[in-house]
Design a protein around this ligand. Structure first.
Ligand code: GDP
Ligand code: MG
Length: 437
């Protein structure tokens, strides 16, 4: 894992009081090795570390007050530049705007089509239409219909019609007639780059002249991802890259190599199978992630999107007054669930990703807890102290759990109460302020 390796490489520098020229060279060698291990092309990695080294010496890192921090910043800034600097938007100027998906089979085109449709639909001013042009497998058309239903977006298909150009044109006409201002065309891929697929996608591209042609690539395929990107780019001259499957064991290396080799911006990333697992690609955040600092900004944004400020304030008061009960606990659980899969979320916290790699956090684990709380009376929820052994038995029975599980929850709840009180003191407030930025 690239983050781990860079973590180790930068460990020498972080918090290290001294830094020498040998030290800089050694560390950058480690950084280079880490990048190569993560499928970054050797030459790109070498150029990268050379640039950083020059800048480091130019900025007189050696005599800086905190040389380690300055080095980390240089590496981060340079990585950010390497991945495009700024976030690249997508062109939605057409009427309708036509977005064409390309990529190998299994790269995540159909899934991403659904995610993008949902993402744009949430912008309120957009009314997307999904178009099924993977004409060889009836299952593929069906898959897009399922996806469309999930996100509440209409799907245009013409089963039996084997001509994706004709289907695309009919879909665009349909979009015009029905007020769709975005048309997302999902196409067929193959297991490897071949002439038939390239001809087909080129033909669609030439016939409909999309505003955006996006190349979808599985970030877990490593160096192959780069070769595939190059092959598609040579034939299709696409406008942007979608990097999927960046959940799991993140291969940040693909982002760096692809950008360097085809010189096209990465526009979005896919971070899970669910329809909301889509994020705009921000080079600086990706650099943070690669450097193992955690994607704190994304985390905070996502949390803020879902988190009701008013609730938060009420909660804080309750904690302060020691009046935090199981009803509040239940609300908290629901908040957490709304924020997406726990593992996704925790993975963005610096350092936590590593810890969580082998742990399986199951969202279903919440269900037992919820059942137990639902089986409590209002009094028991607000004043857990009253829960004696006969009440425990009743609660266990009512929730289909065991007294042991009820005990465990009560114990956890007590511990949490103590922790929250501690957080109210010095450390907690500091942390909250940091998160607010
Ligand atoms: P297509 O053949 O290019 O249309 O690929 P699909 O959209 O059918 O995706 C292939 C598989 O990858 C499916 O099982 C998807 O659920 C999965 N998938 C797609 N995007 C992601 C992602 O961002 N993360 C994860 N974990 N799985 C993904
Ligand atoms: Mg598909």
């Amino acid at each position: 894992n690239l983050s781990d390796k860079l973590d180790n490489a930068l460990h020498v520098l972080k918090g290290h009081g001294q830094i020498t020229e040998v030290n800089v060279a050694e560390t950058l060698k480690e950084v280079r090795r880490a990048l190569v291990d993560a499928d970054v092309n050797y030459k790109i990695a070498k150029d990268f570390t050379n640039v950083v080294k020059e800048k480091a010496l130019g900025q007189d890192v050696l005599s800086a007050l905190k040389p380690g921090q300055l080095m980390v910043k240089l590496v981060k800034d340079e990585l950010t530049q390497l991945m495009g600097g700024e976030a690249a938007g997508i062109n939605l100027s057409g009427d309708p705007s036509v977005i064409l998906m390309s990529g190998l089979q299994g790269s995540g085109k159909t899934t991403f089509s659904g995610k993008l449709a949902s993402f744009l639909k949430n912008k309120k001013t957009k009314k997307p239409l999904l178009v099924a042009c993977d004409v060889y497998r009836p299952a593929a058309i069906n898959q897009l219909h399922v996806v469309g239903e999930q996100v509440g977006v209409e799907v245009f298909s013409d089963e039996g019609n084997q001509d994706p150009v004709a289907i695309s044109k009919a879909a665009i006409a349909h979009a015009k007639q029905n007020g769709h201002n975005v048309v997302i065309i999902d196409t067929a891929g193959r297991l490897a780059v071949d002439e038939a697929m390239m001809t087909e996608i080129s033909n669609i591209h030439a016939a409909i002249e999309p505003q955006e042609t996006l190349f979808v690539v599985d970030s877990m395929t490593g160096q192959d991802a780069v070769n595939t990107a190059k092959a598609f780019n040579d034939r299709l001259d696409f406008d942007g890259v979608i990097l999927t499957k960046l959940d799991g064991d993140t291969r940040g290396g693909a982002a760096i190599s692809i950008k360097s080799v085809v010189n096209k911006p990465i526009k979005f990333i896919g971070t899970g199978e669910k329809m909301d697992a889509i994020d705009v690609f921000y080079p600086s955040r990706m650099a943070d992630r690669i450097l193992g600092m955690g994607d704190v900004v994304s985390l905070v944004e996502r949390a803020q999107e879902q988190y009701d400020e008013e609730e938060a304030r009420k909660l804080q008061k309750k904690i302060a007054k020691n009046a935090f009960g199981f009803d509040d606990f239940l609300k908290q659980l629901q908040q957490i669930k709304k924020m997406g899969s726990m593992k996704d979320l925790l993975g963005m916290i610096p350092g936590a990703g590593k810890m969580l790699k082998d742990v399986d956090i199951d969202d279903d684990a919440f269900k037992g807890i919820e059942a137990i709380i639902h089986s409590m009376t209002p009094e028991e929820r607000s004043t857990p102290k009253v829960i004696n052994s006969s009440r425990k038995k009743r609660i266990a029975k009512g929730s289909g759990t065991s007294v042991q599980e009820v005990n465990q929850l009560l114990k956890q709840f007590n511990q949490m109460g103590k922790m929250m009180k501690m957080m109210q003191g010095g450390g907690g407030r500091q942390m909250m302020n940091m998160m607010k930025g």
